[in-house]
Design a protein around this ligand. Sequence first.
Ligand code: G4P
Length: 532
Amino acid sequence: MNLEKEIEKRRTFAIISHPDAGKTTLTEKFLLFGGAIKTAGAVKQNKIRKSATSDFMEIEKQRGISVATSVMGFEYAGRKVNILDTPGHKDFAEDTYRTLTAVDSVILVVDSVKGVEEQTERLMEVCRMRNTPVIIFVNKMDREGRNPFELIDELEEKLEIGVRPLTWPIGQGQNFQGVYNLYRKQLNLFEPDQTRISEHFIEIRGTEDPELDRWIPSAFCDQLREDVELIEGVYEPFSARHYLEGSLAPVFFGSAVNNFGVREMLETFIEIAPPPHEREAAERVVNAAETPLTGFVFKIHANLDPNHRDRTAFFKVCSGKFERNRFYHHTRLGKKMRFANPTQFMANEKNLIEDAWPGDVIGLYDNGNLKIGDTLTEGEELQFRGIPSFSPEIFKEVINRDPFKAKQLEKGLRQLTEEGVAQLFLQHGNRKIVGTVGELQFDVIRFRLEHEYGASSDFTPLRYFKAFWITGKDRAQYDEFLRRKSPVIAEDKEGHPVFFAESEWMLNVAKENYPGVTFHETSEFKTEGSGS
Ligand code: G4P
C-alpha cells in the first residue's frame, strides 16, 4: 500500500535543450518554486560554462561541484519531483542520452528566436526511441522571436511529434503582453521582473469575454482572438493519452529568466506527467509496484579527490523499496552487495538516506564493482535494457607513451570507459580505439590517465564517420563482410562486432553490397539470426 502511494507521488524527469536555450534558468525557477533553493544563482554556479572548452581543469572542477546537483529533488503540491540534470555542453551528449534512459518524462526547452536547433533534434530522437512523454517550453518570449505559428510548425516537423499549444503568446519581444491559457481559460499578464515568484493570472470566460479588452490593448486582443480560433480549428483537443504515449507534446510559451509561464507549466506537468511505471528487462517487464527491489546504474561519477579512488554510481530505483544496509544481488557479478552510505541529492546538498522508492535516484558509493547498466535485485536474475551506447563521432587510436605503464593504461582506460567518459573498441585483440562525441573528452581522458593512473598516452585521429553495431540476417554474407572489412571492424566492450564507416557514402555502399547485414546506430538491438 505504502509502495503504491510513494510511486503515485513521484515525477522523475529531465529538462533538455540546445545549450543556451534556458535549461539552467528553468531548472532554477522550478527549484525556487519547490523551495529547494532560496535565491536564484545557486544552480547557475554549477553549470559547465561553454567558454571553458579549452580550460579543462575548470571543467573538472565544475564537474565535481555538479555531482551534488546532478539529481535534484523537491516537493511540490504533494508530489516528489526529481529533476535529473543533463550537461548542457555538447561534448557530454552521451551522458545526456544515458540520463534520458532513467526518466519518466522530459521537458524540452526551445529558444523562441532560434527555434529547433541541432542538439534538440538529436535529444528528441533519443526520447522517441523510448516513447518518452515530452512537454515543450518555448522560452525567451521577451525577445523579438519568430512567429509562433511558424515555430510550432517547425517543432512538429523537425521533432517529428504532434504538438498542441496549451498557452498562446500575446505579442512578443518589446510588445510581449503575456500568454492566454487555452486549457484553463486564463490570462497571464507579463511584467518583466527577474526576482518575483508570483504571476498575475486573470480568469476569463474564453477569448470572447469583454474582460479581455480591459487588460490587453485592442490590436493584441484581435490578434489573439484570430489565433485562438485558428488553433481550436486546426488542432485536436489536448489528449493526455497521446501525450503519455509520446506522440503528442503540449506546448507552453514563456520567459524563464523573468519567471514567466513557468509555474503554469509546472502545474500542468504535475497534473499530467507520468509516475514511474514499468521497465523492460531482458527477461521480462518489471512493474514499479512489484515489492522486491530492482533498479539499475545509469551514470558513474568519479570522485575528483585523487586520494580517494571512490566513485558515485547513480542508481535508479525501478520497483520496490531500497533500504540502506540491506544486501542486494548484483546480477552481472553474481554477488551480494550492501550500501552503508546511500545518498540523495537536494539542490546543493547530499544527504544520507535510509530508503528510496521507484522513481528515485540515489548515489551509491562504489569502489569499482558497479558499471553503467548494472542491475541490482533481491535475488532475481534480471538485466535491465535500455541503456545503449550510441555511435561516437570522433575516433582516435590510443598510443602508449610509456611501455612500463601498459598495465596502468589498460586499467585506466577500462575504468574510464566504464564510467562512460568514452567508448573503447578493440581491434585485432590489442589495438585500442577510443570513440567520443566531443574533443573535450580526449583532454579529460589524457589528464585523468596521467593523474589518476600514472599512464602517459597520445591519441592519433582516425578518419571514421560513425561506428555501427552489426548483426547478420544471412550468416555467409555476414562472415564475408567481417572478413573483407577486417581493417575497419572492431569489438565493443561486450565483444560485439562494430563496423567503422569512413563516410556516409561508404556506409551506403556497404548496405547495398551486403543486404544480409544489418547496421545499428546504437548498441541495443534485439539479437537477430545468426550474426551475434
Ligand atoms: P542553458 O542552460 O540552456 O545553456 O541556458 P541558460 O539557462 O544558461 O540561459 C542562457 C542565457 O539565456 C542566459 O544568459 C540566460 O540568462 C538567458 N535567458 C534564459 N531565459 C531567458 C528569457 O526568458 N529571456 C531572455 N531574454 N534571456 C533568457 P547569459 O547571458 O548567458 O547568462 P547570464 O549572465 O544572464 O546568467
